[in-house]
Write a protein that binds this ligand. Sequence first.
Ligand code: SF4
Length: 249
Amino acid sequence: MRKHYLAVIKFPMYVSLSLIILLAIFFGMALGNYHRLGLSPMETIVFTLLFIVLTVLISSWILILMSTHQKIKPKGLRLYCTWMLFNVYFYLAKWLSKVFLQQKTTIMESFLNFNNEIVLSNFQDMHSKNILLLLPHCLQKSECKIRITNDIIECKECGACDVAKVKGIMNKYNVHAAVASGGSLARKLILDSKPDVIVAVACHRDLTEGVRDSWRYPVYAVLNERPNGPCFETTVSTSTIEFAIKKFV
Ligand code: SF4
């Protein structure tokens, strides 16, 4: 539980810290200039604009933090917050994590966990029939003779890989599960089925890219495990997948 909490908290901590740093730089520069020579009309305009940008950044961030517990009801505002999260705050946290020499995967994992909290919060009291479960092709046993593309219905459930367990979940909750062998196929599957919510399984990098790429859709991210190295016979916690689906159905 504590580990999960720390994994979630790192991303918002970095974003908050980077905003504090930007604010300190702004006031340092503005007050420094003011005390030295006073502000010229041009400097006054520049500092006013910077102040407005910082105010927007900070207030949007507070709204996003609140959205981890409270659903943002207006759809436009929800999309705005998602866009800001994926295109502004993500880079702020990434920048600060580089300064602190953190591993890329650490901040990606925290970002995904943070986004999951928002997705769950937005789905409070909602029920969906159109859930898309996206899986990576590396989940399948490499020696499996069955070609599982798009739909995992072909799986014979021999139990040699986690696809069998996922198929069980798919049947139990009547959700559509598909294998995406790349970003383009994942995009096509999403566009074809237009799901209310996506539960996506992949590695840190693919999930981060995928979640940001499909920013208009709520994506609950489940990281796969790689006991045999990257992209080869990976595994996944099926209880995490089931936990997510139960929240949405
Ligand atoms: S569980 Fe399904 S996908 Fe995995 S090896 Fe067996 S038949 Fe193939």
